[in-house]
Design a protein around this ligand. Structure first.
Ligand SMILES: *[C@@H]1O[C@H](CO)[C@@H](O)[C@H](O)[C@H]1NC(C)=O
Ligand SMILES: *[C@@H]1O[C@H](CO)[C@@H](O)[C@H](O)[C@H]1NC(C)=O
Ligand SMILES: *[C@@H]1O[C@H](CO)[C@@H](O)[C@H](O)[C@H]1NC(C)=O
Ligand SMILES: *[C@@H]1O[C@H](CO)[C@@H](O)[C@H](O)[C@H]1NC(C)=O
Length: 228
């Protein structure tokens, strides 16, 4: 009897240790963005209702939450929702376009090659910088390898997008981001950024990269209006 009780006790202790250790292993912490960083990427947009179905372009992010300011470059070939249709006088609407976020108050659309720029929107329209903790609610369901690097997958609960999936290395280098805005009844569109992991740089952004040009209009001829 005594033997059985001791064995049961030992088994319980063993089970407790196993659960605790595996629990500690799976307590993977969600990544937090550094207060300043930059990274380049390749952007791909797929929509089976558009011609062409796929748009591809290069781009970059410059992010500095200490100011706060950010710049999102969508380069030649872009069909970015914010850049398009603002009523600027452009020879090529798909030319290099920067989104400039200033003080979480204004977002400007800037075509540097055409010296055309205007304020498109602000927080009222959801035009704010990405939060440093945008992955705080995310869950790890799967991992994947990108360009030979192991990346941890993070799913953001469906709010803004039904599918919002990030991949980051264990030390926080961004690998890939994909959003799927509508999932009915099959996937009809997706938007992705494949990050150039070698270009990821943590540290302050040169101030001139984040400056709003003097020729920016205070308001676009056609300001950005979010869908419905
Ligand atoms: C750009 O997007 C619009 C709708 O958002 C679409 O109608 C158009 O075909 C796209 N153009 C290019 C060049 O991809
Ligand atoms: C638009 O730009 C072109 C050349 O870049 C210029 O000739 C034209 O006057 C401009 N139109 C307006 C309304 O500013
Ligand atoms: C993903 O990789 C991390 C880090 O190696 C690991 O802790 C986690 O359990 C993995 N997740 C899955 C779903 O395999
Ligand atoms: C993929 O990895 C190779 C080797 O490290 C590197 O030279 C190349 O730039 C990487 N490509 C991308 C898109 O990150």
């Amino acid at each position: 009897m005594e033997f059985i009780r001791r064995t049961a006790q030992a088994l319980l202790v063993t089970a407790w240790i196993v659960v605790t250790i595996s629990g500690a292993q799976s307590a993977l912490k969600t990544p937090v963005w550094p207060s300043s960083f930059s990274v380049r990427f390749h952007e791909k947009d797929l929509n089976i209702f558009h011609r062409p179905i796929t748009t591809e372009n290069d781009g970059a992010w410059y992010y500095d939450y200490s100011i706060p300011a950010a710049r999102h470059d969508h380069l030649q070939g872009q069909n970015n929702t914010y850049c398009q249709g603002r009523g600027l006088n452009l020879t090529d609407p798909h030319a290099d376009c920067s989104l400039l976020y200033v003080d979480n108050r204004d977002m400007y659309v800037h075509y540097p090659g055409e010296r055309q720029c205007c304020r498109a929107c602000g927080p009222d329209e959801g035009c704010t910088m990405m939060s440093q903790t945008n992955l705080a609610q995310a869950t790890n369901y799967n991992n994947e390898t990108f360009n030979g690097t192991a990346c941890v997958g993070w799913s953001i609960p469906p709010e803004k997008y039904p599918i919002d999936q990030w991949y980051m290395t264990e030390i926080g280098t961004p690998c890939y981001w994909e959003t799927i805005p509508i999932v009915h009844p099959f996937i009809v569109s997706s938007h992705s950024l494949t990050f150039d992991q070698h270009s990821y740089h943590v540290g302050p952004i040169p101030q001139d990269l984040l400056k709003v040009p003097s020729y920016c209009l205070n308001i676009c001829p056609n300001p950005y209006v979010p869908p419905h």
